[in-house]
Design a protein around this ligand. Sequence first.
Ligand SMILES: [Zn+2]
Ligand SMILES: [Zn+2]
Length: 91
Amino acid sequence: MYTCSVCGKTLKLKRSLDRHMTQFHSLAAPATDPNPEPEAIPEAIPEAAELKIQAPPKRDYYCIDCGYSPIRKGTTACPKCGGAFDWGAIE
Ligand SMILES: [Zn+2]
Ligand SMILES: [Zn+2]
């Protein structure tokens, strides 16, 4: 959708707007228009922006044998069932 900047009339096609400008306002259409539809720019979403700057959630590990949680990374054995942990596969 194109909007006449002079009278506010909306036209579906760029060439219709060009013709409208020439016929009704005696204005030649600009050769190039870097922003043909400024209204199409989506509004910023503040909630999404806030999510980006939040720290990543703290990760809790749990014992795969008994389900005990939380297990701190680097713990060598489960305090509940005594199962050994291998942290080599976890980054
Ligand atoms: Zn107009
Ligand atoms: Zn366990």
